[in-house]
Design a protein around this ligand. Sequence first.
Ligand code: TRP
Length: 453
Amino acid sequence: MNTGTNGREHWATRTGFILAASGSAIGLGNIWRFPYMTGEHGGAAFIVIYLIAVCLIGYPLLVNETIIGRVSQRNPVGAFKTLAPGSPWWLVGALGVFTGFVILSYYAVVAGWSLAYIFKVITVSQGAGIDNAEVFSRHISNIWQPIGWQALFMILTIAVISAGVVKGIQRCVTILMPIFFVLLVLLILRAVTLPGAGEGIAYYLKPDFSEVTGRTLLGAVSQAFFSLSLGMGVFITYGSYLHEKDEIPKSSGAIVGLDTVVALLAGFAIFPAVFALGFEPGAGPGLVFITLPAVFAQMPFGTFFGLLFFFLLSIAALTSALSLLEVVTAWLIDERGWHRKKASVVMGVTIFLVGLPASLGYSVFNCFSLPFFEIDLLDTYDLLANSILLPLGGLLTAIFVGYVWGTEKAIKEASKGSTGFTIGKWWAVLIRYVVPIIIAAIMVTGILDSLGR
Ligand code: TRP
């Protein structure tokens, strides 16, 4: 087994970490959320703001978390305990573990829809005159089907995590990530070669700054958090499986770059096809499950490409879910001395149960949605995580390193093993001032905004 001097399991290779971490980052957020956010928020104008958010907040925070993980060689709770013994800072780690729990509970519901659609797209695209909005709403308002797929998705996730860091996570991402990239390229080639694709590309890339509001900024920053898996200790946990000789600044750059490129490319797989076949791009969250199946239904070889698309989406979701369950599992292993198998199974099953209301929110619990007072449980989970828990986690982690543990120690730790590019004073400025100020401002606006609605 690949254990270091401290008995902890470590990534078997440098690419193991990069693949696992980009597998975590690249997920539903890139393929399902990023394109519709871009569609709703002014196309390329949103992309520009997103890129700025990634550079000013995303990269610095990703490095920040990874440093905490590697230096402490612990899960998020243990990491804060190690770096600030006897203080209440471990609560930030606990917040992260809790957040991971919440996110995975509803993430598995959407991932389950994706698995179901691998098969559904085959049937859907064969019949003419099928209303895809109807098909989708019938699927999610069914009680047992979505739960069955959600359960299957959780079983897959548990199976990988229970096998360990190298034999489970690393082995899985080494197989799946290359498949993911091949599928993505195939789908893009199909989309951009359809007659009329140019209009979709123009729509996607034409900046419309008139659509940019405070909401857009909020949307861009929370999208960066979600897409990069920041603010809840994924990178503390994955960083804790790094060796001293691994280069944090460079690997982090590769991860941020891959995640961003995949988000941008997802738009090229989707918008040209949507426009070429005469559909509306602004469908919001329904873009992937309602508009796309209709697009595939009319495309030459559409059934095949539809199947590929939902397979791609499911792979992306699985490699992200691994990181969410790993955070919770690592906490129980390190802090409570549980065995990996027991920790992953008990937590995986509990998370599945907690996610049930989010799934049943479209069937059994649909009665909460009165005409003037609509509660979408899945959206509520998502809102809680994205607008509050993740930014709060990121903010506190930045403050911890910026003002408590110290950016000097952090820079020194990051430079270990670095042969070329490393972080310096500029990073300290971002972590101490830029990141906290932007996150605090965004959280306040976001909360005021949702109260005012
Ligand atoms: N980044 C993943 C996506 O884009 C989701 C995800 C995985 C995540 N782990 C996370 C989001 C931790 C926030 C925090 O789909």
